[in-house]
Design a protein around this ligand. Structure first.
Ligand SMILES: Cc1ncc(C[n+]2csc(CCOP(=O)(O)OP(=O)(O)O)c2C)c(N)n1
Ligand SMILES: [Mg+2]
Length: 420
């Protein structure tokens, strides 16, 4: 068995051409003497996508049609020497056609292997944008009325460095290997006939006959030009990390971690309050991560911010079971009800206007909205938390607040009321 595979048998149906695509790709990678750690295989949704369980390479499984966009991000972020290979079906290729055309236009350094079995295999044989005219599918039993997109021509016209189309029978490792050696965007379209739907719905049809009848152009088209690469950045990290000098000490024990959630309604400042709290945590020498969630339509519904504070490095932002949850409005309660219900311990700090939810946590009721008003309720809640628990030193939070853009807007009585 190849060292590029962890499992030798692919889960495809008997007679499915996807077997051959996978095996020919493995042979092509072997011919280039690529080690598993030098290859990133990005698979799309569909039958072809289940190959990732077999590969010993890096594998990433994306959303339907988005594999080329995912692979582009990976290719741009990687050092050279790694090969990024995409497995996508005809369905994914046409759902994500714009991703393919843009990747070809920019000439990103990727090799895209299109498993064109002429239909949506995994969902039961519906037509895709690559289904040829006259081909019978589940929902076009009399034959597809429309002609197919010529994917190779579209990719060529968009500027791909290398495009080829092969009939997916026998050994075609060489055209895949040629595509893999290209510095830039290469696409190989492999023509197949799905045994479960294509063959059954088009009885007696042979793949070669279909290729001839449809008039597919076979062969390779090369258009050498430099691959698109990002300018090297001065930092090796993809994250822009803010370094804040530690001036205070936190009561968190060595190796101690604290996960907290603050949630209210959109426009009530939960995100900016969380940012200030996070900065204050950093000023107390802690490592902090923060994540914001709100509906796609900004400005309506809930607004939830998660914060992790830690004495040591944070490898994973894990707030599934928070230690503290602060809720300032009904929207916030609605968005976190399930998380609160599942809390076996910890504390929920709840605005006095709200019903006490079901939870295993201790519940502390405070009048956040009444005292600070809806606009400042989130900030006030975090001030109260700092004063009552000390997880972030009060001085650190007050200084961060005063020096922030909103510092001068804060009503003095709010700070006084919180204890200063
Ligand atoms: C965004 C999205 N739309 C639809 C689906 C449902 N879906 C799963 S597999 C599939 C068809 C896949 O067809 P193709 O890309 O040609 O791959 P094949 O199964 O033929 O290898 C569809 C439509 C999905 N998972 N995601
Ligand atoms: Mg398909």
């Amino acid at each position: 068995m190849s060292n590029l595979l962890v499992v030798p048998d692919f889960l495809y149906c008997k007679g499915c051409g996807h077997h051959l695509v996978a095996r020919n790709t493995v042979r092509a990678l072997e011919a280039l003497e690529l080690a598993p750690q030098d290859v990133v295989l990005v698979t799309d949704i569909g039958c072809h996508g289940i190959a990732d369980r077999n590969f010993a390479t890096h594998t990433v499984h994306g959303l339907h049609g988005r594999s080329v966009a995912l692979a582009t991000g990976i290719a741009l972020g990687l050092e050279s020497g790694k090969k990024v290979v995409v497995f996508v079906g005809d369905g994914g290729a046409t759902i994500g056609l714009q991703h393919i055309l843009e990747a070809a236009r920019h000439n990103f350094d990727l090799t895209v292997v299109v498993h064109n079995n002429m239909l949506y295999g995994m969902t039961g044989g519906q037509p895709s944008g690559l289904t040829p005219c006259g081909f019978c599918t589940t929902i076009t039993p009399g034959g597809c009325a429309l002609g197919h997109h010529d994917l190779c021509r579209l990719a060529r016209d968009a500027g791909a460095a290398h495009v080829s189309r092969v009939v997916g029978l026998g050994d075609y490792a060489e055209p895949i290997r040629d595509a893999l050696t290209v510095d830039g965007f290469a696409l190989v379209e492999v023509l197949e006939l799905c045994p479960s739907y294509g063959a059954k719905l088009n009885p007696g049809l042979r793949l070669r006959e279909l290729v001839e009848r449809t008039g597919y152009e076979l062969g390779t088209w090369s258009h050498g030009r430099p691959a698109f690469r990002l300018q090297p950045r001065p930092t090796t990290s993809l994250l822009d990390l803010t370094s804040v000098p530690g001036q205070w000490d936190s009561p968190l024990p060595a190796n101690g971690k604290l996960a907290l959630v603050i949630s209210g309604s959109a426009g009530e400042g939960a995100q900016s309050a969380a940012e200030l709290f996070a900065l204050a945590g950093m000023a107390a020498g802690l490592t902090v991560t923060r994540k914001g969630s709100y509906p796609v339509t900004v400005g309506v519904g809930f607004s939830t911010a998660e914060i992790m504070l830690s004495r040591g490095p944070i490898d994973y932002h894990d707030v599934a079971e928070p230690d503290m949850v602060l809720i300032t409005s009904e929207d916030g309660l609605g968005h976190n009800r399930e998380r609160i219900r599942r809390m076996p311990r910890g504390t929920v700090w709840l605005d006095a206007s709200l019903p006490v939810p079901e939870t295993g946590a201790q519940v502390q009721v405070r009048d956040f909205r009444g005292r600070a008003g809806p606009r400042n309720a989130a900030l006030y809640a975090l001030l109260v938390l700092a004063r009552e628990t000390g997880v972030v030193p009060v001085e650190a939070l007050v200084k961060t607040l005063r020096e922030s853009a909103i510092g001068h807007k804060l009503p003095a009585e709010l700070l006084e009321d919180a204890g200063w």
